[in-house]
Write a protein that binds this ligand. Structure first.
Ligand code: GRF
Length: 218
């Protein structure tokens, strides 16, 4: 049988790392097209680092406060990614903005999960933004990363209803369940070559056909 090389993925985190954990769990399946070969954090105390290390995944803590500039931090991170032979970067609660040069170096090879149905509610406090706007559907988005924050081409989205009585915490919890389902699916599409970025458009292979009413929409 032909040996197909798996896509080598680095996950970047800043905190608890529950999305990271969902990617690690999915990648444990032998037929998953990606392997998680590095987890890096810009905060040495990020709880997700210990979780990844306990599963035998190499981890790196690069404290952004120890670098004199954004470019210096991005350069150190780039060196770690190159040393690990990374093909694709997954941001999972990574709360730091990159220099444009770093983003351009990873164009089409860096994806992020954001807790809203983009292009609505960019930035932080997305659940508060959704409640203030009065939307009846809210959700999460996996997208390619471009220099403009939360503005990259959309790969996949999952929606949840906003229920009467919801607050930011209940909404966040309901959406997090969908994040943990959606991000591994989206990573599988990208790593398996069923999705790619062409210019500013996401292109899907013909076998990617979500059903009407599915939570995964394209
Ligand atoms: C998630 O809601 C993700 O969408 C956002 O930050 C949060 C990270 O949570 N970008 P976790 O660290 O993956 O648990």
């Amino acid at each position: 049988m032909a040996v197909v090389r798996k896509t080598r993925v680095a996950i970047l985190i800043s905190g608890r790392g529950s999305n990271m954990a969902s990617l690690i769990a999915a990648a444990e399946a032998s037929d998953f097209p990606a392997e998680i070969v590095l987890v890096a954090a810009n905060r040495p105390e990020a709880p997700g680092l210990a979780f990844a290390a306990a599963r035998g995944i190499p981890t790196r803590a690069l404290d952004h406060k120890a670098y004199p500039s954004r470019e210096a931090f991005d350069g150190a991170l780039q060196a770690e990614l190159a040393a690990a032979g990374i093909d694709l970067v997954c941001l999972a609660g990574f709360m730091r903005i990159f220099s444009a040069g770093f983003v351009e170096a990873w164009a089409g090879r860096m994806i992020n999960i954001h807790p809203s149905l983009l292009p609505l509610f960019k930035g932080t406090h997305t659940h508060e933004q959704a409640l203030a706007a009065g939307v009846r559907l809210h959700g999460c988005t996996v997208h390619y990363v471009v220099p403009e924050l939360d503005a990259g081409p959309i790969i996949a989205q999952a929606a949840v209803p906003v229920r009467p009585g919801d607050d930011a915490d209940t909404l966040a919890a309901r959406i997090l369940v969908q994040e943990h389902r959606l991000y591994p699916q989206a990573l599988a599409l990208v790593a398996g070559g069923q999705v790619r970025l062409e210019g500013e458009r996401v292109v899907f292979s013909d076998d990617v056909v979500p059903a009407d009413g599915a939570l995964l929409s394209l």
